[in-house]
Design a protein around this ligand. Structure first.
Ligand code: PGA
Length: 264
């Protein structure tokens, strides 16, 4: 695992957007096969999406040969609801880039058969060739996608029950009322994410400091599902100074030194 540390979320987001753009271009230079990209929602990726959209609009990048799969969606929230992840993605990314509509995949939290929806999602990811890069965030409780503590690190796309903590954290999007936050969601599993050739996790702000400590310095454990990245060959956490506040000084220095030498 590597940790890229930037001064603030803006610089971290620019780094992440440019890294993703480079990877899309690098694949396009050697093959016609689409780039398969995992995407997340939440406050954290907004600046990264803004920079990706800027690049597309400036003609520096194209999503025409990108196939994307979002990591999760609430169960029972209408797609048109302003806080559905369908709405979030349309507003923050898809309406601003040139990704063909048929290449966009988001789990249907209103499917009649939720288990069948999840199984079909895993199959579609496999048929697309598997993820080249998965962009994720991290929950305050260390979750990756909606894989709450106690999710198996071998888990696959499925129906999950959100913790009360997550519903309280997300209630800020629902007028502060946690009763309006759905209790369940569909989520890719931890293994769905770690099967990706590369995983890039964004973490900004002091509220993520405990989770970053657990993910980087804690045990490989279902208690902090992002810790699964410890066993990944290409796992990168993009953090700001505030979110690495709970790391040991020596860990911090080591990650800075790695970046200086390897020019990531
Ligand atoms: P946030 O959510 O970006 O809104 O902090 C991240 C997450 O829960 O994974």
């Amino acid at each position: 695992m590597k940790v890229i540390i930037r001064n603030n979320s803006k610089e971290g987001s620019i780094w992440a957007a440019h890294h993703i753009a480079e990877k899309i271009k690098a694949k396009a230079a050697v093959t016609d096969k689409p780039f398969v990209l995992g995407l997340c929602t939440g406050s954290t990726p907004i600046e990264t999406y803004a920079e990706l959209a800027r690049m597309v609009q400036a003609g520096e990048l194209s999503f025409r040969n990108v196939i994307s799969f979002n990591m999760d969606e609430y169960v029972g929230l209408p797609e048109e609801h302003p806080e559905s992840y369908h709405s979030f993605m349309r507003t923050n990314l898809f309406s601003k880039i040139d990704e063909p509509e048929e290449n966009i995949h988001i789990l249907n939290g209103n499917a009649e058969d939720l288990d069948a929806e999840c199984a079909a999602y895993e199959k579609a990811i496999e048929e697309a060739g598997g993820f080249d890069l998965f962009l994720g965030g991290i929950g305050e409780d260390g979750h990756i996608a909606f894989n709450e503590p106690f999710s198996p690190l071998t888990s696959r796309t499925r129906v999950v029950t959100l913790t009360e903590d997550t519903r309280i954290v997300n209630s800020r999007f629902f007028g502060g009322d946690m009763n309006l936050v759905p209790k369940q969601a569909l989520s890719v599993g931890v293994a769905t994410v770690t099967d990706s050739k590369e995983v890039v996790i964004l973490a900004f702000g002091p509220k993520k400091a405990r989770a970053i400590h657990d993910a980087v310095e804690g045990p490989y454990s279902h208690m902090c599902t992002v810790s699964a990245l410890q066993n990944h060959q290409n796992g990168i956490i993009v953090a700001d100074e505030a979110s690495v506040g709970e790391l040991k000084v020596n860990s911090y220095k080591y990650f800075k030194a790695v970046e200086a030498v390897e020019k990531i």
